[in-house]
Design a protein. Structure first.
Length: 294
């Protein structure tokens, strides 16, 4: 008889709990926390802007809404389960409440390992960016011996990077060792060395992926006729373009991507939200109605 309070921003909840659904689980109740966007604020196109606004208010907003959830349910929170990205304050909150903290990392074990080793990488290569060392490899990190410096995430080697995102990722790599457990979207048989290394540092590590294979595909209707359209195409002939529900290219990038697809002459299936279609080049939809499906 476990009850789950699901905390997220309004836009996220609207997407996940559309039509009053509860993700198929009657014991999950959504609660809205503030996204940090001031009234009348206009975003400038920097994808990190939303992250930074949210992170400035998230700790206090979560505490306030959590109190509301506890009053609704009539019980105190007994465990915190959250994105590892938020570990910079979820760990402190769990300790404050005296409850277990389970961290979740869905972006793959390689990137997580990079963040765990951020301080070591900086000691080895300094903090002046990739210039002159881009081809150097991370041979001193178990499982990452073939990864080049120029392949690691932005901000790891940047000196004076004061963005909230950069600070959070670095801090996350340090505090995850305090989590009661961590589950990662990866496959143990494919990432054995990386998993063994993290298990030597973390309390409990659970590989639960790849997520795309663990979670069953939705069984809803194919309103856009994607499957019937794909059935008419030759094998290995279609380019699929999709950035998920969180990462959205800015208008300039959308135009560049559209122009590249059109210039390639390839068949394509593009998962794009309706409100973003206004940014596509003039005539793109009409010119490509036979070649692609959006």
């Amino acid at each position: 008889n476990v009850k789950f309070s699901f905390f997220s921003t309004k836009s996220s909840l609207n997407f996940l709990f559309s039509n009053g659904q509860n993700l198929g689980f009657p014991n999950i109740r959504p609660y809205e926390i503030w996204d940090g966007k001031p009234l009348g604020h206009v975003f400038k196109g920097n994808p990190l802007e939303e992250v930074e606004l949210f992170m400035r208010v998230a700790p206090q907003s979560l505490r306030e809404v959590m109190a509301i959830a506890e009053a609704d349910v009539g019980e105190k929170v007994r465990c915190l389960i959250g994105d590892a990205f938020l570990g910079c304050f979820l760990g402190d909150l769990a300790q404050e409440l005296g409850v277990p903290w389970v961290s979740c990392w869905t972006s793959g074990i390689h990137s997580l390992t990079i963040h765990v080793y951020t301080d070591v990488i900086k000691e080895q290569f300094g903090t002046h960016g990739f210039e002159g060392i881009g081809e150097e490899t991370l041979e001193f990190i178990p499982g990452l011996s073939k990864i080049r410096i120029q392949d690691i995430p932005d901000g790891v080697l940047s000196q004076g990077n004061d963005s909230i995102l950069s600070h959070m990722l670095g801090q996350m790599g340090r505090v995850l060792t305090q989590a009661t457990a961590t589950y990662i979207s990866c496959c143990e048989e494919m990432d054995t060395i990386l998993i063994q290394d993290l298990r030597s540092k973390f309390s409990n590590v659970f590989p639960v992926g790849p997520m795309a294979l663990v979670v069953a595909p939705p069984k809803g209707p194919d309103n856009h006729n994607c499957l019937s359209w794909l059935d008419k195409q030759s094998a290995n002939s279609v380019v699929y373009v999709g950035f998920g529900s969180a990462a959205t290219p800015n208008p300039v990038e959308l135009v560049a991507l559209a122009e590249a697809l059109e210039a390639s002459g390839l068949k394509f299936l593009w998962s794009l939200k309706d409100h973003l279609k206004v940014h596509l080049p003039k005539g793109f939809l009409e010119n490509n109605k036979e070649n692609g499906l959006i």
